[in-house]
Design a protein around this ligand. Structure first.
Ligand code: ASP
Length: 309
């Protein structure tokens, strides 16, 4: 039995120079620290890894700084369409939703899919109907659409391109997709990932975040992983499962596997993004091919470390 818990959360990977220049760094650090501390309370109080990642993902979705839930990026029609997934490393159960609108917390819906449906993924109107059945709160469209996203979307439309939320070429960039990985006091691992996707994406586009093995993965015998970056690249490399395979087949720890995974992403598809990992020993690691990543962690119940680096 592992006596100490570990937790790591991320708020996206990308070029963070803009945030530093605009002096927003403190807002992100404060938000990440608050949410890690919330997660600490869940785990220290005996909560499960699954409870902790759901809780942290929900708080990150509620904060408009991030590209998930409120503050999600906009698709080609200027609408918010969200994807999310959660996985329990103890049972190998997973729940995911894709292409959803108006649901306040996509990760909470993904957990309901895990617990109350016999499926792994629900999409679009079916997922909305299931949310109603589960009694989850819906919000008006205005709740999700924040001004910075509208400016960012107009710019992407003008340039006629899709882009990562945190791409360097975008002057109104904000950090992106969110994720959380935890190991509870019983040694169980869980992971969650939630996103609005990429800016100006095609209507109906689904990224890596809700896809088990691509944007999220958890297995008590190896590790838990959450990813951020160009979803298509993570889908094609099945990157989160690849990282677990490095642990499984090559006996790597979280640091080795995160690095090997990012090297693989770059080598195979010149991928841009980042990952957070907790291995079965509770070691936390971060890897990214972008110039920066924002994250916060607690390793083995120790102090909270937050970085925008
Ligand atoms: N991975 C997300 C997607 O492609 C985007 C991101 O991480 O910012 O939907």
């Amino acid at each position: 039995m592992v006596k100490k818990f570990s937790l790591i959360i991320h708020g996206g990977a990308g070029a963070l120079e803009q945030i530093k220049r605009e002096g927003n760094e403190a807002d992100y650090m404060e938000s990440i620290r608050r949410i890690v501390e919330d997660g600490r309370n869940v785990l220290a109080g005996g909560g499960s890894a699954l409870d902790a990642v759901e809780h942290c993902a929900m708080k990150l979705e509620d904060d408009p700084l991030y590209n998930a839930g409120r503050g999600s990026v906009l698709n080609e029609y200027g609408e918010v369409e969200m994807d999310a997934a959660i996985m329990d490393g103890a049972t190998f159960e997973a729940g995911a939703v894709a292409g959803i609108t108006l649901i306040k917390n996509p990760t909470v819906l993904a957990r309901q899919v895990l617990e109350k449906s016999e499926h792994v993924m629900l999409i679009g109107k079916g997922a909305q109907g299931f949310a109603k059945f589960c009694g989850l709160p819906q919000m008006a469209n205005d709740y999700f659409v924040v001004d910075a996203r509208v400016r960012q979307w107009r710019e992407a439309q003008k340039m006629g391109r899709m882009m990562l939320d945190h791409e360097a070429a975008n002057p109104s960039q904000k950090l992106g997709t969110i994720g959380a990985v935890a190991q509870d006091c019983a040694g169980n691992l869980a992971a969650a990932t939630s996103t609005g996707g990429i800016v100006n994406k095609r209507w109906g586009r689904v990224g890596d975040s809700p896809i088990v093995g691509a944007g999220v993965f958890a297995d008590n015998e190896t590790c838990g992983v959450s990813a951020t970056g160009y979803g298509e690249q993570f889908q094609r490399t099945v990157l989160c499962k690849m990282i677990a395979d490095f642990v499984h087949f090559q006996n790597m720890d979280a640091h080795g596997a995160a690095k090997a995974g990012i090297d693989y992403l770059v080598k195979k598809v010149q991928g841009m993004g980042g990952v957070i990992v907790i291995d079965r020993a509770g070691t936390c690691a971060v890897g990214h091919s972008t110039s920066g990543m924002i994250y916060g962690l607690i390793e083995h119940g120790g102090e909270t470390i937050c970085k925008l680096a």
